[in-house]
Design a binder for this molecule. Structure first.
Ligand code: ZN
Length: 200
């Protein structure tokens, strides 16, 4: 099968993303998101690229999304490569990974780690997807519970997600990492579908 050279955002002849769409993507304003560093709002070109990664397995959009995320993260944390020890991600359920052929958060985390020069490791395990009634409210809201591998004291972890929707995934992942010994957790995402940051 011939590899189609089409801009993933506008469909013109280009490799992955045409120069105009790339400029538009990088010019998108950065939303303020309390509790997380988010590159852009989940709309326009950013939304189209994320959807093509998620549902059409277009892995070639990962580098451009991560270049943007790295740029925004470095603005927020200029010395990120020295203060952060490890990059990780909140894993998607195995069933979904099988269906899609990849875990988009893992792809993004691995690429972001390369961009900023920090090692990437799988630290989180999804321990449950069907949370029982009677579980803590946060867990029920999330619909998933994570546990993390033990970390050295003082570790600063970056946890990556594609889209922040309710913020509960990020919060649960961050809590698990702190319980495992992380001193600091920086949540980062490509896009935010939230209006007012992570709800507490
Ligand atoms: Zn285009």
């Amino acid at each position: 099968m011939l590899f189609q050279l089409r801009c993933e955002a506008c469909g013109c002849a280009a490799r992955t993303l045409c120069a105009q769409c790339r400029d538009k993507l990088f010019a998108m304003p950065q939303p303020t998101c309390e509790g997380a560093v988010v590159a852009v709002a989940y709309e326009g070109i950013a939304r189209r690229l994320i959807l093509s990664l998620k549902y059409r397995n277009r892995r070639q959009v990962v580098p451009v999304l991560c270049a943007l995320l790295a740029q925004r993260l470095i603005q927020h944390l200029p010395n990120v490569s020295t203060v952060c020890d490890v990059v990780t991600w909140a894993p998607t359920s195995k069933k979904r990974v099988r269906g899609r052929g990849h875990d988009q958060s893992e792809l993004l985390a691995r690429r972001l780690a390369k961009e900023i020069g920090v090692p990437c490791k799988r630290l989180l395990i999804k321990t449950s997807t069907n949370v029982q009634t009677g579980a803590p409210r946060l867990a029920r809201l999330a619909g998933s519970v994570y546990s993390a591998r033990n970390l050295r004291g003082g570790t600063h972890v970056i946890v990556v997600d594609d889209v922040v929707t309710t913020g509960t995934t990020m919060r649960c992942a961050a809590n698990a990492l702190r319980e495992a010994g992380a001193q600091q957790v920086t949540c980062v995402a490509i896009a935010s579908a939230l209006r007012h940051g992570l709800r507490r």
